[in-house]
Design a protein around this ligand. Structure first.
Ligand code: PLP
Length: 365
């Protein structure tokens, strides 16, 4: 069977270096807030191209802390509106509502699956204070028009870069395009830890200091608490592992792109809609999403023939029980994507033979 993602193989592809890093942390006797965090943060900030990177417990917290910090700084007030794509993983929305802010859902573009920048201006009201873009599936969601709207209306631009580590927009990395970005290092992400991990990148010194304090009980100094924060720190072991994997991120992403290029040229089944890629570096293919009107039948066929697939995501946020007040809303493009999307196996450890088998199987459907 071809797994959707063979995480054991992913880990073993850098296994010796990971074991050495873990050993080093074990021997050091220092397990939190130490040199491993400092080194990974410095290397990740340099990689993304920001002044600061702050390691936190997971990707959801990274986004939660950015909005919470803006509240503590007086940049945002409770009840302010944040524009966000309607088709995203629930974490993007949770980070807004958990902070008492109001998400304003905007439909995506059916060609790119990213927030439709022609629909944003109509969603702006006097309460709008920020836009949260999500580089969904590993593709850059930023556009010049979004940057212009932020300047025109004085909005903060926050990026959800959980799926797009290493993605470029005209030579600049996603995660450095807005005012702040949240990153997830969940094991299955392009840069993944061996457990939960996340990070915030920003050029804003005050925001960086506030996020760092919030994620460490709200403390700016040992036993002095400026905010009612939480324990949301990145483990030293995870930081050490991430630092190893960061060194291989570009080569790992290059392999994903090569697999995607093969899929794009060789999948010819007319029932299957392939993703459109605007610029070659603007996609790191965390997910390779196809669409098919007979999605469930295609998935069953692939499963029966030994190809594991997933759906990202089966139920959009506005149809979830936790957001029942929105359940009656109609967002047809978002709903269409959720009805038709299927994610094919893609990762740096897939062999050419496996990639060819996926293509042959899909074309035979
Ligand atoms: C994975 C993910 C997150 C959350 O990351 P965790 O580390 O799992 O908390 C947030 N946003 C998006 C788009 C994601 O894919």
């Amino acid at each position: 069977m071809i797994k959707f993602l063979d995480l054991q193989k992913v880990t073993e592809s850098h296994g010796a270096d990971i074991r050495e890093a873990v050993e080093r942390v074990i021997r050091s006797g220092w397990y939190l807030q130490g040199t491993e965090n400092a080194q990974f943060e410095a290397n990740y900030a340099r990689y993304i191209g920001t002044r600061h990177a702050i390691g936190v417990a997971n990707g959801l917290d990274a986004l939660v802390w950015i909005f919470r910090a803006y509240l503590e700084m007086g940049v945002l007030q409770p009840g302010d509106e944040v524009i966000v794509p309607a088709n995203t993983y629930i974490a993007s929305i949770l980070a807004i509502t958990e902070n008492g802010l109001v998400p304003v859902l905007v439909e995506p573009d059916l060609q790119t699956y990213q927030i439709d920048d022609t629909r944003i201006e109509a969603a702006i009201t006097p309460r709008t204070r920020a836009i949260l873009i999500v580089h969904l599936y590993g593709q850059c969601a930023y556009t010049d028009r979004i940057g212009q709207l932020c300047r025109k209306y004085g909005l903060k631009l926050v990026e959800d870069n959980a799926q797009a580590h290493g993605c470029l927009y005209r030579g600049r990395r996603t995660g450095s395009l807005g005012d702040a970005a949240g990153h997830s290092f969940y094991p299955g992400k392009n840069l993944g830890a061996l457990g939960d991990a996340g990070g915030v990148t920003t050029d804003d010194d005050e925001l960086a200091a506030t996020v760092r304090a919030l994620a460490n009980y709200g403390s700016t100094q040992k036993y002095v608490f400026r905010y009612t924060g939480r324990n949301s720190r990145l483990d030293e072991i995870e930081a050490a592992i991430l630092d190893v994997k960061l060194r291989h991120l570009d080569e790992d992403n290059a392999r994903r792109k090569a697999i995607a290029a093969h899929y794009l040229t060789h999948i010819t089944n007319p029932k299957v809609v392939l993703p459109q890629v605007p610029a070659p570096d603007a996609h790191v293919f965390h997910i390779f999403p196809v669409r098919c009107a007979e999605r469930d039948a295609l998935q069953q066929y692939l499963t029966a023939n030994g190809v594991q697939t997933l759906i990202h995501y089966p139920i959009p946020p506005h149809k979830q029980e936790c957001y029942r007040a929105w359940n009656d809303r109609s967002l047809p493009i978002t709903e269409l994507i959720h009805d038709e999307e299927l994610s094919l196996p893609i990762s740096q450890v897939m062999s050419d033979e496996e990639v060819r088998y996926v293509v042959t199987t899909i074309n035979a459907f």
